[in-house]
Write a protein that binds this ligand. Structure first.
Ligand SMILES: Nc1ncnc2c1ncn2[C@@H]1O[C@H](COP(=O)(O)OP(=O)(O)OP(=O)(O)O)[C@@H](O)[C@H]1O
Length: 217
């Protein structure tokens, strides 16, 4: 379970990106975080991922206070998550296959099994025949799909996605919605920041609406 208690996030020199937000997300729930640009959607996801820490209040995930995790503990926390963020942080000096395989190797999976899983993840996002390509040679949409493959290859129990359909053309946006639905059926907790009405129509998530850093629903 994810629990926000009176969470305020103020960036240095900025106003409040999130203001006394309190809500819970149950394990296995699917939540769409909506709201206009600047409403605080990305900030909310970053607080769950531990990329940002709250200015006040607490973010608990299964009782663990994410804002208080030590620098040392943070990489272990991130490894349990699937992150699909705008700045995909792909490794541009490694090919697609290596980008997807790396998280598995870091968590100690033997090469053969990691390679099998990486190929399956690339296949899922339609990049199987691009595995030797370098990310820089991919289109924006293909890079987005590569980031998705990398995010799901670990079979995370929580998937955080920031505008995941953003760069995708219609066919791949549909494919992504199918993938998200399948994750949800498999019990993965999904928190998705989105402007996409189609996603809400199709997946019928619970909607958490933000305006100016405040939670409306
Ligand atoms: N690193 C930062 N430093 C300073 N201000 C920031 C930072 N990140 C976000 N903000 C500000 O916090 C507010 C909320 O931003 P956030 O990115 O969470 O909104 P959003 O709802 O995700 O917007 P968008 O839909 O445009 O991505 C905005 O006013 C933004 O300018």
């Amino acid at each position: 379970m994810i629990t926000f208690s009176q969470v305020t996030k103020r960036y240095p020199g900025g106003h409040e990106a999130l203001c006394e937000a309190s809500f819970t997300i149950a394990t296995g729930e699917m939540v769409a975080v909506t709201g206009p640009s600047g409403a605080g959607k990305s900030t909310l996801l970053k607080l769950i991922a531990g990329i940002e820490r709250p200015t006040s209040g607490s973010v608990l995930v299964d009782g663990q206070n994410i804002g208080r995790l030590s620098r040392k503990a943070m990489p272990y926390w991130r490894r349990t998550l699937g992150l699909v963020f705008q700045d995909a942080k792909l490794l541009y000096d490694r090919n697609c296959f290596e980008n997807v395989m790396l998280p598995l190797r870091i968590s100690g999976m033997p090469v053969k099994e990691a390679a099998r899983r990486a190929r399956a993840a690339l296949d899922k996002v339609g990049l199987k025949d691009r595995e030797r390509a370098m990310p820089i040679t991919l289109s924006g949409g293909e890079q987005q799909r590569l980031a998705i493959a990398r995010a799901i290859v670990n079979r995370p129990s929580i998937l955080l996605a920031d505008e995941p359909t953003g760069n995708l053309d219609a066919d791949y946006a549909e494919l992504l919605l199918d993938m998200l639905a399948a994750f949800s059926r498999a019990g993965v907790t999904l928190v998705i920041a989105t402007h996409e009405p189609r996603l809400i129509e199709r997946l019928k998530p619970r909607v958490l609406a933000l305006r100016g850093g405040r939670v409306l629903t």
